[in-house]
Design a binder for this molecule. Structure first.
Ligand code: NDP
Length: 321
């Protein structure tokens, strides 16, 4: 037997309970990982609450790092004892978790297993947003919300390394300091941010907005764009954006709006290697600073969700079994 977090029904953070479960066995093409740390991501709060459809009883956790404990039939590129991570596993809030061998990322020298759990989902998200959803060019001006968050701190640093001018929003002084340290050129509070963005850009607006906050920022994000700019809505930390009349994009400046998700940006092994390779290399050579803002024991998963949803966290949140 082993331990895992199990939610028996959808609900608040309190449905996340530590339980004794059977130790999983890897099926054909699967790898069993002894979990070193599991990433806590906003998507798991949507799954836990019932906002996203999942089957209950449910053990969250697509993202984790650890050491390979066993491999299933047909697995040749991963061996017992390898240090690995994934953004696409299942039941990561556990002592032992499974992933398909072709979704496993090798952890390079120079990256410890906590950092390896902090990077895959938010790092590859930052990577696809600025390379594939909108290919940010040096000199362009970008607005990215929640700059001290998990995706936020990584995206800020990568955008600055690209040579973009970066404006971000945060809710507190502590978060402002972190966003500045990560290289943000301008750090705003949410209140009235669209007017300030116009002012800062001499009335032009920004080339692209990366918006993972959703309901509370969507209107302001639209108003912050230059003519033919793009609003990339990639999350809903504050709630879902209500239905939207497409005709508004016309009068607001022939704008683009898109709603991407990571799964469509890890379509094949080459794409996965490209994104994870660049992100892990940047962490290994020190050009990307990965902030682990909080670590909780596995049994405290409910507290981790409470803190994430209450905007009390910065950078990455990890569960450590
Ligand atoms: P964060 O660490 O960024 O946490 C969310 C942050 O959003 C908070 O810290 C807070 O920062 C800000 N926020 C603003 N309003 C609210 C609110 N009402 N309630 C809670 N938080 C709020 O989380 P992640 O980095 O894990 O995820 C960021 C977003 O990216 C999420 O929406 C997530 O779903 C999305 N995402 C999307 C992916 C995709 O492929 N589409 C993949 C990965 C993540 P502050 O206090 O500064 O406002």
């Amino acid at each position: 037997m082993t331990h895992a977090i199990v939610a028996r029904q959808p609900g608040g953070p309190e449905v996340l309970e530590l339980a004794e479960v059977e130790r999983p066995l890897p099926g054909p093409g699967q790898v069993l990982v002894k979990v070193a740390a599991a990433g806590v991501n906003f998507i798991e709060t949507y799954q836990r609450s019932g906002a996203y459809n999942v089957a209950f009883p449910f053990t969250p956790g697509g993202e984790f790092s650890g050491t390979v404990d066993a491999v299933g039939d047909g697995v040749t590129d991963v061996a017992v004892g390898d240090r690995v991570a994934t953004a696409e596993g299942s039941r990561g809030y556990s002592e032992y978790a499974l992933a398909a061998a072709d979704r496993i990322l090798p952890v390079p020298e120079g990256v410890d297993l906590l950092t390896a759990a902090a990077l895959p989902l938010q790092g590859m998200t930052a990577h696809y947003l600025m390379n594939s959803t909108f290919n940010v060019q040096p000199g362009q001006t970008v607005l990215t919300h929640a700059g001290a968050g998990g995706v936020g701190l990584l995206l800020l640093q990568l955008l600055k390394a690209r040579g973009a001018r970066v404006i971000t929003t945060v809710s507190t002084d502590e978060k402002e300091a972190l966003a500045r340290e990560a290289g943000a050129d301008v750090v705003l509070r949410y209140d009235g941010f669209a007017d300030k963005v116009r002012e800062i850009t001499n009335g032009d607006g920004v080339d692209v907005v990366f918006d993972g906050v959703g309901k509370d920022t969507f209107e302001g994000s639209l108003s912050s764009l230059r003519v033919r700019g793009m609003l990339v809505l990639f999350g809903a930390a504050s709630g879902k954006v209500p239905p939207f009349d497409l005709q508004r994009l016309n009068s607001a400046g022939s704008l683009f709006v898109t709603r991407p998700t990571i799964g469509h940006h890890l379509q094949n092994p080459q794409e996965r290697r490209w994104r994870s390779g660049e992100i892990f290399a940047a962490a290994a050579n020190g050009s990307l600073n990965v902030r682990i803002g909080a670590q909780y024991p596995l049994a405290k998963a409910a507290q981790a969700h409470t803190d994430l949803e209450a905007r009390r966290t910065t950078g990455k949140v990890l569960l450590v079994p």
